[in-house]
Design a protein around this ligand. Structure first.
Ligand code: FMN
Length: 275
């Protein structure tokens, strides 16, 4: 039976467990000195390719948040579980201007499109500029970042997901006690489930399409889109078609709008699971 638990400060960690991605954010202060610290309140924000963006949440007194606000740039590095000790070292409270990376075995390397450095040992790295900084209250700062480079260790780029998960060996953050004892698990126990489409999907597609006519070719293409994203695809396609002054979605127009949205053949192949 559930119990209605009193909501106290730090409820998101002390009372409710949110497993999270572990990253080390590298920044420069206004004098150009490197800062590094772990951050986990991070989430994809715009998943399409034109304005790929990411969200991060901070205590607004942290050096990282202040550096991002002052310089407009930051790098998100994903360490593997074998570097948990180094990652924890970067969490210690050092004075402003101290480069935490110098207290670790990490190697600092130049980033491609921003000034803060990247960490060579981290196999996934996002180089970011600031899109928006929001300070909702006295204690918290929220940053929406533009992803200007998405860097992945070369060997991983074409690897299947299961091998890639093992190669990345990303630690998963499980929260902390007393803001001092941090818990992690390793992603070495992987399970996979296939999401099957519901049988009557063609009916569902017809029921969903409202507002405009879709020709048979466009409908066929739409049936290949997984049910979970069909509504979004329909809404986006119809809005783009209206902007182009079209009154009907033809297969050709659907293809053109998909490609404009970055849905090239490689991306679309991910959807090709039969009719
Ligand atoms: C795994 C881990 C994740 C963390 N995630 C966050 C976070 O998302 N937001 C935050 O404000 N602090 C977070 N912290 C705490 C900061 O890393 C810590 O306060 C650090 O000293 C801040 O350093 P800075 O002032 O150099 O930015 C996290 C700490 C750890 C160990």
């Amino acid at each position: 039976m559930h119990k209605d638990v009193k909501i106290k400060p730090f409820w998101y960690s002390d009372t409710f467990v949110f497993p999270k991605l572990i990253t080390i954010v590298t920044t420069l202060n206004a004098d150009g000195k490197v800062n590094a610290a772990p951050y986990s309140h991070i989430m994809q924000y715009d998943v399409m390719h034109k304005t790929p963006r990411i969200y991060l949440g901070f205590r607004n007194t942290s050096h990282t948040f202040q550096n991002i606000r002052d310089t407009g740039e930051f790098v998100i590095n994903c360490p593997s579980a074998s570097h948990l000790k180094d990652m924890m070292e970067t969490a210690r409270f050092h004075a402003e201007g101290v480069n935490e990376l110098e207290h670790t075995s990490f190697t600092q390397i130049p980033s491609k499109r921003v000034k803060p450095p990247s960490i060579a040992e981290c196999k996934q790295v996002l180089e970011c500029t600031v899109d928006e900084v929001v300070e909702l209250d006295a204690t918290q700062g929220h940053v929406i970042g533009n992803i200007v480079s998405l860097m992945v260790e070369e060997d991983l780029v074409d690897m299947g997901r299961e091998d890639r998960l093992r190669a990345l060996d990303l630690p998963i953050g499980l929260g902390d006690e007393r803001r001092a004892d941090y818990f992690y698990c390793h992603s070495d126990n992987i399970e996979m489930y296939t999401l099957e489409d519901i049988e009557d999907s063609s009916q569902e597609v017809h029921a969903l399409v409202t507002g405009m006519d879709w020709d048979e070719g466009a409908m066929q293409a739409l049936r290949r889109v997984p049910a979970g994203v069909r509504r979004t695809v329909i809404r986006h396609t119809e809005a783009a078609a209206k902007e182009k002054g079209a009154s009907e979605i033809t297969a050709e127009l659907y293809g053109e709008i998909s490609r404009d949205a970055g849905m090239d053949d490689v991306v679309l192949d991910r959807f090709q699971r039969g009719g």
